[in-house]
Design a protein. Structure first.
Ligand SMILES: [Zn+2]
Length: 89
């Protein structure tokens, strides 16, 4: 029997999007740490859902955080969906 690591505390939306920016975006091909090419009115730090998905597959974003992101996307769910609620990179 092995001890499980303590679960990480839940991160806020800006923190999740900041983590997602460590991945290359599969929608607009923004490189790691570069902002996504999204409309200016989506607010600072907004990411494409495709980027968050890539970050999740690399373990940078947890399954629970991905679920929160999918909920935020709502009916606009697609790789091109823009997830707002971030902060200026
Ligand atoms: Zn993007």
């Amino acid at each position: 029997m092995t001890a499980r690591p303590a679960p990480l505390p839940p991160r806020t939306m800006p923190e999740i999007l900041e983590a997602a920016r460590r991945a290359t975006c599969g929608q607009c091909w923004a490189r790691p740490l570069e902002p996504c090419a999204v409309p200016a009115d989506t607010g600072p730090g907004a990411c494409h859902l495709a980027r968050v998905d890539r970050a999740a597959r690399r373990g940078v974003v947890t399954a629970a955080e991905m679920a929160a992101i999918i909920t935020a996307a709502g009916a606009a769910l697609s790789p091109a969906a823009v997830i707002g609620g971030g902060r200026q990179p």
